[in-house]
Design a protein around this ligand. Structure first.
Ligand SMILES: [Zn+2]
Ligand SMILES: [Zn+2]
Length: 247
């Protein structure tokens, strides 16, 4: 059985199992607590999306050019970036569940949001790669939240899921208060890419939250050095200096 067929079957089984789990243990909406919904329609409709014209590197609202003032003149290793919504309200609560409560159910729902973004873009890519955690962090948490998004997304899009393309060799200390150059220094050498997988490939990189973009930039630059053709960066949420509650 080829990889895509295997993923499809896996997804069908996965959905079947989850329907049963949802029936035995009904999910609750992280926004309002209503039972029986992963994220209810009312909370979904209130989600602050990144709509309108956006900078293709950082998602900032722009008029005219598709690159904002602060991204202009900077080198970027990825072609473009998109996030589904701002890291606040129900989306933030959902990411918390994904990240700290081992909630696989919510990951399925959130992967559907990412699918919407990809399908409405003109991005073409060969493989899907999650931003990895270091082995130490992975051991502490037990799972990687970016993989929890990337794997069902790969199944939805029928693309190969390749978490083995990228390894994290160091965790990144807090980026708060650092300027762009210091942030990039802080994340340099944080990842190692596998040229056997990355070479000649266009890659969709997936993470949960975009804060400064430095993590995505560092991962993308390693993949490029390993011979990747093009990198597209996708996250579920983006922090905003206008929106409180971000880490
Ligand atoms: Zn709700
Ligand atoms: Zn920008």
């Amino acid at each position: 059985m080829n990889e895509i067929k295997r993923q499809k079957l896996n997804n069908t089984l996965h959905n079947g199992v989850w329907r049963l789990v949802d029936w035995v243990f009904p999910p609750t909406c992280p926004g309002c607590g209503i039972e029986g919904e992963l994220i209810c329609e009312t909370c979904e409709s209130k989600m602050p999306r990144l709509l309108g014209k956006r900078c293709k590197f950082c998602g900032l609202s722009v008029t005219g050019a598709n690159i904002c003032g602060s991204c202009r003149g900077e080198d970027h290793s990825f072609e473009a970036f998109q996030a589904y919504g701002f890291y606040t309200g129900v989306l933030r609560d959902a990411v918390m569940r994904l990240k700290y409560q081992n909630d696989i159910g919510i990951a399925r729902k959130l992967a559907e949001y990412l699918e919407i973004l990809v399908l409405s873009s003109n991005w073409t890519f060969d493989i899907i790669v999650p931003i990895p955690l270091s082995s130490q962090k992975l051991e502490e948490r037990g799972y990687n939240q970016a993989s929890r998004l990337a794997k069902p997304l790969a199944a939805l899009l029928e693309k190969p899921y390749r978490p083995d393309a990228l390894t994290r060799i160091k965790e990144i200390s807090s980026q708060v208060g650092l300027d762009r150059r210091s942030r990039l220094e802080n994340v340099s050498n944080a990842f190692r890419a596998n040229p056997k997988i990355a070479k000649e490939k266009s890659i969709l990189l997936v993470d949960d939250v975009f804060t400064t973009g430095a993590t995505l930039e560092s991962a993308a630059s390693e993949l490029k050095m390993a011979g990747a053709k093009k990198i597209y960066a996708l996250t579920l949420a983006k922090t905003s200096r206008f929106v409180k509650n971000f880490e």
